[in-house]
Ligand binder design. Structure first.
Ligand code: MEV
Length: 330
């Protein structure tokens, strides 16, 4: 498109060129679970932090033909989108329905730098951005609870029985405590720098959650003990955040990684990245999200060592790394 500065000046009496209707947009960010994944499905608490470097933007234009989707993963009629985009299709349909415009058509464009199936909230973030963009396009106001429920509908297509943690975390923009279906803010005494490293292996949250369920059915006592331990570690982590004890927080993350491994959601590639981070001075490291692939979350000592740890993680085979600082709240 020609920029307006390069365009010859239009005589003042010429008819104005109609401006195309601007697309309405919605955004959401990635998330990392600091502690409590899987245990949160069994009503233990969880802590999540935003990954603001990872963003999804959805743009919606009202249209006349059949609804279409433009994205890196698929370009074509929404109705013919592949099964892996089921959550996105569900989010769009659920939002249109909730706004009372189920018969309307849209042109939906999704731009995202969140890797899919890596435990950093891609499915929930895309759903959140789509719901927000559809609401903006049709001028409908959705309150936080309605927005959450629509994202959860999409998440149920992705994971069957999502706890609701991801749907909250991708909209929060700040660390959150999630317990009994409710979210509350978290006190952070000192800034903390985290590095997220991607194994490059697709995590399979649905299978991982089903695997924990099977383990629970087969060994309820042993599994409950692990879930209780994860719950305790999450409570400890909240205290360490509030007191600024990064060393203790890192130790809790290490123990969380071990417990998740015993729960059956680990992977040798996750162990290798966590070990590389610890060997390069990180306070702690653990898998984050569904596991069985996906990412590790590393607590570094400071900004400088975060850069060093990120380099070491890439040298150890990480497909990508992202660094994020959680600011102090006090
Ligand atoms: C996935 O990001 C987090 C899990 O705890 C599933 C859930 O909370 O629904 C594994």
């Amino acid at each position: 498109m020609t920029s307006s500065s390069a365009r010859p000046a239009r005589p003042s009496d010429a008819p104005a060129t109609p401006t195309p209707t601007a697309a309405a947009s919605g955004r959401a960010s990635g998330k990392a679970i600091l502690l409590g994944e899987h245990a949160v499905v069994y009503r233990r608490p969880a802590l999540a932090i935003p990954l603001s470097a990872l963003q999804v933007r959805a743009d919606v234009l009202r249209s006349n033909g059949p609804s279409v989707l433009h994205s890196d993963l698929y370009d074509g009629p929404l109705a013919a989108a592949p099964a892996r985009l089921g959550p996105t299709v569900t989010a769009a349909a659920a939002a249109l329905d909730a706004l009372g415009v189920a018969d309307e058509s849209i042109e939906l464009r999704i731009a995202s730098n969140l890797p899919a199936e890596r435990g950093v909230g891609s499915s929930a973030a895309v759903a959140a951005a789509v719901v927000r963009a559809v609401a903006a396009a049709f001028g409908g106001a959705l309150d936080a609870a309605a927005e959450h429920e629509l994202i959860q509908r999409a998440e149920r297509v992705a994971h069957v029985s999502p706890s609701g943690l991801d749907a909250h975390a991708v909209r929060a923009g700040a660390p959150i405590w999630f317990e009994d279906g409710a979210v509350s803010p978290v006190t952070v005494a000192t800034p903390l720098t985290f590095v997220v490293a991607d194994t490059g292996i697709a995590g399979r949250t649905r299978e991982a959650v089903a695997g924990v369920r099977t383990r629970h059915d087969e060994d309820p006592r042993g599994t409950t003990a692990l879930l209780d331990e994860l719950g305790e570690l999450t409570r400890d982590a909240r205290t360490h955040l509030a007191t600024g004890d990064a060393r203790a927080l890192g130790a809790a993350m290490d123990r969380g990684h071990a417990a998740l491994g015993l729960l059956g959601v680990g992977d040798p590639a996750l162990d290798a990245l966590a070990a590389a981070a610890r060997a390069h001075g990180a306070w702690g490291a653990k898998l984050t999200g569904g596991g069985r692939g996906g990412c590790v979350l590393v607590l570094s000592r400071d900004d400088e060592s975060a850069a060093e740890v990120a380099g070491a993680l890439r040298a150890a085979g990480a497909a990508a790394t992202w660094t994020t600082t959680v600011e102090a709240t006090t």
